[in-house]
Design a protein around this ligand. Structure first.
Ligand code: IMP
Ligand code: MG
Length: 180
């Protein structure tokens, strides 16, 4: 099994704290749209959204970071778009992990073009050794080392998503591959 990096209890406490901050920051608005990035953010978004004390809408977007079976190409593909109206609404993008930051910057670009009232970002985890310093994230759950992590929605080859904790996968498991 992957070794524990962040326990179930630590995740719950941090998600609580993030939800409190987000609820306070968006107090008074009824136009918040949470946009979860599939598939990795599905568990984080489910927990975070249920702890918010403000009304919100929930929608999803699906992306693919790498072409199937190849090494990382840097390209992001849009596989499924949101269905809710974005223009004039407060949008919070909810990501599982920010690694190189390429996905987040792609999302920022396509959402800015839709003229939201505001656009902010929330990531459960971030690898500070990898993210370029000019990429800012409004709400970060955990800064983690540059290792491949799985669990709590995060996968390796679409496995391990349902682990209740965030764990580190041993190097021997990892091959150059795609992810989403
Ligand atoms: P970025 O575009 O390089 O920031 O990569 C972001 C995407 O790559 C994330 O949304 C994840 O789907 C995937 N990813 C990057 N690092 C990890 C990891 O350690 N575990 C699982 N997925 C990861
Ligand atoms: Mg992702």
């Amino acid at each position: 099994m992957p070794s524990v990096l962040i326990s179930e209890q630590e995740i719950a406490a941090r998600v609580d704290a993030l939800a409190q901050r987000i609820s306070a920051d968006y107090a008074g608005t009824d136009e918040l749209v949470l946009v979860g990035v599939l598939r990795g953010a599905f568990i984080f978004l489910a927990d975070l959204s249920r702890r918010l004390t403000i009304p919100c809408r929930v929608d999803f977007i699906a992306l693919s970071r790498y072409e199937h079976g190849s090494t990382p190409s840097g390209a992001v593909r849009l596989i499924m778009d949101v269905r809710v109206e974005i223009t004039g609404r407060h949008v919070l993008l909810v990501e599982d992990i920010v690694d190189s930051g390429v996905t987040l910057e792609y999302l920022r670009r396509i959402f800015e073009a839709r003229k939201p009232a505001s656009l902010k970002t929330c990531a459960l985890t971030r690898k500070p050794d990898r993210v370029p310093p000019d990429i800012s994230i409004d709400y970060v759950g955990f800064d983690i080392p540059d290792r491949w992590v799985v669990g709590y929605g995060l996968d390796y080859d679409n496995r391990w998503r349902t682990l209740p904790y965030i764990g580190v996968l041993e190097e021997s498991f990892i091959l150059p591959s795609r992810s989403d």
